[in-house]
Structures are given as structure tokens and as C-alpha cells.
Design a protein around this ligand. Structure first.
Ligand code: AHG
Ligand code: MN
Ligand code: MN
Length: 350
């Protein structure tokens, strides 16, 4: 006789034993993001709670965007907004909405003096001149996947401002090297919504529980496997890569690696973090600096990668050491499991 808590469908030859799953589900839910950050703050007795508040503002914006994304198809939020951003890319309605959601949350939260955003030509002043933090964001990463129900994300970096509080923030506050980040993270709106965060003490991931409206710690102290078998690259550009990158990609094929490319950087990075792999966006003849943006894509992921035991390079130096020259600067990008990044760097230096 079937155990009553085993699936009772008689057509199932091997009913799935779900007892253990049920036990797991009824176990006490874990630590919320808010509690986790508050606990971390206890290590800094001088902290006044501003940073905790800022992370709460970011997570609130992420929850609202998550809701917008889930309803996008129902309320016509898919498709083009009819304008281009400064990089000549077609802005999607959700790009614009996500940007507005973040800007509003950060302005009203009061802890951020200025914002660098993919969707804004210039540095955005929030009007909070007393605030001590600067945020760089890619409000929606993977825009081309919005209309086709494929995972997309949000990427963010947090810096301390350099100019004096009470004054108007300047480019000196905005153009800081990635090594100066106090924290970075991303939200992946995928089969579940997950917020992955580092404050410089490893990498932790928090899965969203929509019915409770909370992020719960689900993956503590994530580490990149030293190596892996996945390479993520837009091989449609193969003919435009330099011979060294072509040789590297051929070596991946020779080793029977798995090619996996979602086209949302956040989603490709997240899979590689969990399974082991490398993501690369090398330069092409047409785009000699590659495609990805240092300030709101590469720096955040580079900090996460290094905090998780991985590596991130532009082919010649650590991403985190690059001194930025402009807000929308692009860089070649090689990131992931340390042995795999070292391998591509070896190919580049041959
Ligand atoms: P965004 O949607 O924020 O503009 O970023 C798109 C990025 C990144 O998410 C992705 O990995 C890459 O562009 C894909 O580029 P290709 O289509 O050239 O492969
Ligand atoms: Mn992006
Ligand atoms: Mn984007």
C-alpha cells in the first residue's frame, strides 16, 4: 500500500518518495536577507545602519521588478520602449521600468548620493547630498531575453563616495576601480528568483519566497569549482575573434566541453558559479573593447567571482584593478573557475 504522503497516482510505477522533501519543506525557514545583513553589521560596532538600509532598498526594488517581470506578458510590458540608450541599444520597456524602480528606491531610501546606470547617459544625482554611498547598476541584464521568457537579471555595485558629504557628488565618486567596491551582487529572475551578494566576506545567495515576500539564505558561502567543463561564449562571433581566442575555443571543443550560452550574463555567470565554467566576451574587430561594461556589469561580477575563489580578467589584468575612464567603458571579459580563466590567459599570452 502506498504511503499516504507518497504520490498516489496509480499510473506511477515508481511513486516518488516525497517524505524527505516534505520534511525539508516543513523545516524552519532559514535566515532572511535582512537578518543576515543585520548580523553582519554587528561586526562593525561603528556602523549606523545606513549600509543595511541601502541593501534593504536594493532588495525592495528587486522584489518590485520581479513582480513586473512576472506580469510582463499580461500587461504588455514586453517590447521596445521606442528609444535607444547612450550605447545605441534599443531600450526595452522593462529596461526603463527597472531603471526607474531602482532610481526611485535609492533616491527615496536616502543612502545614495549618485547612481551610474546603463540606462542613463550621465551620472544621476539623487539629491541626497549627505548620503555616503554610490551605486552602479545594470537594472535589467539580458534585455534581449525579456520577450521570450528566458532568465534575466539585475547587477549592482556599492562604493563609498570619495568627496565630502554635504557636497554635490562628482565623477571622482563615480569612477572608482572595482577593488573599491564595498559590496556587489546580482538578482537572477530565473526558475526561481535569487539574490547573490558579497560584502567582502564570501558569497551568499538568497532565494525569494514570493508568498512571504522575503529573500531567504539558500546557498551559504558559494565557491567556484576550481575547474569545469562549461564554456559560455557567443560563438557567432568566432570569425571576428583573434586567432588566440579562436585557438582557445577550439581547445574547448577538443576537450568536449559543453557550450552553454544563455545571452544573459547574470544567468550564464550563475550557472558557471554553481557548476564550474568560464564566461568570455572577447574583443572583436568591430568592438575592440568587447561588449560588456566595466562599471555596472564586470566589476560587480568580478568581485563576486574573486570572493567565491574564481578569477576575472580583461586578458591582461584583474578586472578589479582597472582604473575607469568613463561611465560606460567597455572591457574584454574572462570570468569563472580559476583554472579555466588561467587557461584562456595562457592562450592569450602565447
Ligand atoms: P544588457 O541586456 O544589460 O544590455 O546586457 C546584455 C549583455 C549580457 O547580458 C549578455 O551576456 C551579452 O550582452 C550578450 O551579448 P551578445 O548578444 O552579443 O552575445
Ligand atoms: Mn547587461
Ligand atoms: Mn541592461
Amino acid at each position: 500500500m502506498l504511503n499516504p504522503i507518497i504520490a498516489s497516482d496509480s499510473s506511477l510505477e515508481h511513486p516518488m518518495p516525497i517524505t524527505s522533501t516534505i520534511n525539508q519543506l516543513s523545516a524552519p525557514v532559514g535566515v532572511t536577507l535582512q537578518r543576515f545583513i543585520a548580523n553582519e553589521q554587528r561586526n562593525y560596532p561603528q556602523a549606523k545602519g545606513d549600509f543595511t538600509q541601502l541593501l534593504a532598498d536594493i532588495s525592495l526594488a528587486a522584489k518590485i521588478i520581479n513582480r513586473d517581470i512576472n506580469r510582463a506578458g499580461l500587461i504588455s510590458l514586453e517590447g521596445s520602449a521606442g528609444a535607444e540608450n547612450i550605447q545605441g541599444e534599443d531600450q526595452q520597456k522593462l529596461d526603463v521600468i527597472a531603471n526607474t524602480r531602482f532610481a526611485r528606491a535609492l533616491r527615496l531610501g536616502g543612502k545614495v548620493c549618485c547612481i551610474i546606470s546603463e540606462e542613463e547617459d550621465e551620472l544621476v544625482h539623487t539629491g541626497n547630498e549627505q548620503a555616503k554611498y554610490v551605486v552602479a547598476i545594470d537594472p535589467l541584464d539580458g534585455s534581449s531575453n525579456i520577450g521570450v521568457n528566458v532568465s534575466i537579471g539585475t547587477i549592482f555595485s556599492i562604493y563609498r563616495r570619495r568627496t565630502q558629504r554635504g557636497t554635490s557628488p562628482t565623477m571622482e565618486d563615480a569612477l572608482q576601480a572595482g577593488s573599491q567596491q564595498l559590496a556587489s551582487g546580482y538578482v537572477l529572475y530565473g526558475s526561481s528568483t535569487i539574490l547573490v551578494l558579497t560584502t567582502g566576506h564570501g558569497v551568499n545567495a538568497f532565494t525569494y519566497e514570493p508568498s512571504l515576500g522575503e529573500f531567504f539564505l539558500s546557498h551559504a558561502q558559494l565557491r567556484f569549482p576550481d575547474s569545469g567543463k562549461i564554456y559560455s561564449c557567443n560563438e557567432g562571433n568566432f570569425n571576428h575573434f583573434c586567432p588566440r581566442i579562436q585557438a582557445y575555443l577550439e581547445s574547448c571543443r577538443d576537450q568536449n566541453f559543453q557550450g552553454r550560452y544563455i545571452g544573459s550574463l547574470v544567468a550564464d555567470f550563475h550557472r558557471n558559479l554553481l557548476k564550474g565554467g568560464i564566461y568570455l566576451y572577447p574583443p572583436t574587430q568591430k568592438a575592440p573593447q568587447g561588449k560588456l561594461r566595466l562599471m555596472y556589469e564586470c566589476n560587480a561580477l568580478a568581485l563576486l567571482a574573486e570572493q567565491a575563489g574564481g578569477m576575472a580578467s580583461d586578458g591582461t589584468q584583474r578586472i578589479l584593478e582597472i582604473e575607469p575612464q568613463k561611465l560606460h567603458q567597455r572591457v574584454p571579459f574572462y570570468i569563472g573557475s580559476p583554472n579555466m580563466v588561467e587557461d584562456v590567459l595562457r592562450h592569450l599570452s602565447n
